[in-house]
Design a protein around this ligand. Structure first.
Ligand SMILES: Nc1ccn([C@@H]2O[C@H](COP(=O)(O)OP(=O)(O)OP(=O)(O)O)[C@@H](O)[C@H]2O)c(=O)n1
Ligand SMILES: C[C@](O)(CO)[C@H](O)COP(=O)(O)O
Length: 397
């Protein structure tokens, strides 16, 4: 598959950290370090596909640490050095003919979506580029003896940068460069390998949150960063969206409401499964995002949505929130009907909606009311639903 790929190198042993399991599989907050890193790329709109390079001994660790991602990424085996691991990854990618590739350390879970965007679009434009930060401390070269470390000389820091990852390249350029260096050279990054081939490399100013977790101090810092969410993120803003939907009854034996099949004397008529509750909520989420409505994305005129289950519409809206680095805070659905009675099914509906939205059931509310036998719902001609969704997404300027 052409397009923009990411190679995440995760085959190192983490010897400087010295933990029992390699550092990329350690837990940081709710997830492993590798999972945090993978999420950044999986959720990024400019990244089409991901290959993860892991150590041959780590298959089980990978499966245990990233269970949600097993079918979402390709795997390749790493080698003794980072250089060999990247080369193995590039070799495995060649059959997919990618246009460009972003190479990234699993040990850098705090890379920002903005930096990935700039690197991906620069590489898509045909240029090699790397994330980097300017050196801010004074620099010394030193000589080390058994009992002391002494300054040899001060070094001007002007024009010096710390190289980070991702490092992004048009695919064939970096593949050829990697093939042209020997294992003995053992370059510590891909830009150094590209440099040996005379390739121009653009520096993309990154941020100092994009640390590589190398030592115990780094791990402690990473724990604090996760705990207090001080990674570079835009200020979040709250948004509310409103949804409303109606479906009429026709002959049948059950209705599908909020993802749950309920036996009834009639069914709801619709192009899809006519789940008014999920349709209203899908519209509420799309409304909060200002991204149109359910019909914009799933036109009733399109035969592929005939008899479709509405959970996929809601999952789509939820993924749009995630793609924009947002979070669903709370959803509230009101079903308006005389029958069927909603109370006995409320718990199952809450559980199903929480599952589709991947949020806690404590953030999902379902209410029901009759319309006192007034109007079309009162005459039992159909069911109406209202929904409100509250989300947080990065603030727009
Ligand atoms: N043979 C190797 C060595 C490193 N890496 C990966 O390259 C990244 C950067 O390397 P580094 O931080 O040096 O990781 P380790 O090699 O694991 O650490 P150490 O040098 O302390 O053993 C890490 O995500 C690491 O998993 C790799 O895929 N294959
Ligand atoms: C590629 C890299 O992350 C750039 O800073 C770094 O060089 C790799 O880590 P290592 O410690 O040099 O192996």
């Amino acid at each position: 598959m052409p397009g923009t790929w990411a190679i995440i190198v995760a085959a190192g042993r983490g010897s400087r950290l010295g933990t029992e399991i390699p550092k990329q599989y350690l837990r940081l907050g709710k997830h492993s370090i590798l999972t945090h890193t993978l999420k950044k790329f999986l959720e990024h709109p400019l990244i089409d596909k991901i290959l993860v390079v892991i150590h041959p001994d780590d298959n089980q660790l990978f499966q245990d640490s990233c269970p949600d991602y097993l079918d979402k990424v390709l795997l390749e085996q790493g080698g003794k050095t980072r250089q060999i691991s990247v080369r193995n990854g590039l070799k495995a990618l060649a059959v997919h003919t990618p246009d460009c590739v972003l190479i990234h350390d699993a040990a850098r879970p705090f890379v920002s979506a903005d930096v990935i965007s700039i690197l991906a679009s620069t590489a898509q434009g045909g240029k090699a580029c790397i994330a980097a930060t300017p050196v801010v401390d004074s620099l010394k070269s030193a000589s080390e003896t058994e009992d002391s470390i002494k300054v040899k000389k001060s070094i001007k820091r002007d024009g010096l940068w710390h190289a980070q990852t991702p490092q992004a390249f048009p695919f064939t350029i970096i593949q050829k460069a990697h093939q042209s260096v020997s294992d003995q050279e053992n370059h510590t990054d891909d830009a150094a390998i590209a440099e040996t081939c005379g390739i121009d490399i653009t520096l993309v100013p990154s941020d100092r949150n994009n640390i590589k977790i190398t030592t115990t101090e780094d791990l402690r810092l990473a724990e604090v960063m996760i705990a207090s969410s001080i990674t570079k993120r835009s200020i979040m803003e709250s948004r509310t969206g409103l949804g409303y939907d109606v479906h009429c009854f026709e002959a049948g034996d059950h209705v599908t409401l909020c993802g749950v099949d309920i036996p009834h004397t009639r069914k709801l008529k619709g192009h899809s499964d006519a789940d008014v509750g999920l349709h209203a909520l899908t519209d509420a989420l799309l409304g909060a995002l200002c991204e149109g409505d359910i019909g914009t994305h799933f036109p009733p005129s399109d035969p592929q949505w005939k008899d479709a289950m509405s959970d996929q519409f809601l999952a789509f809206a939820k993924n749009r929130v995630t793609k924009r680095s947002g979070k669903i805070i709370h959803v509230d659905v009101t079903l308006i009907c005389e029958k069927p009675k909603i109370g006995p099914h409320r718990e199952a509906m809450v559980a199903r909606m929480a599952e589709i939205l991947d949020i806690s059931p404590s953030r999902v509310s379902i209410k029901a009311t009759t319309s006192e036998k007034l109007g079309f719902t009162g005459r039992e001609e159909g069911i109406a639903a209202q929904a409100v969704a509250t989300i947080q997404i990065p603030a727009e300027d």
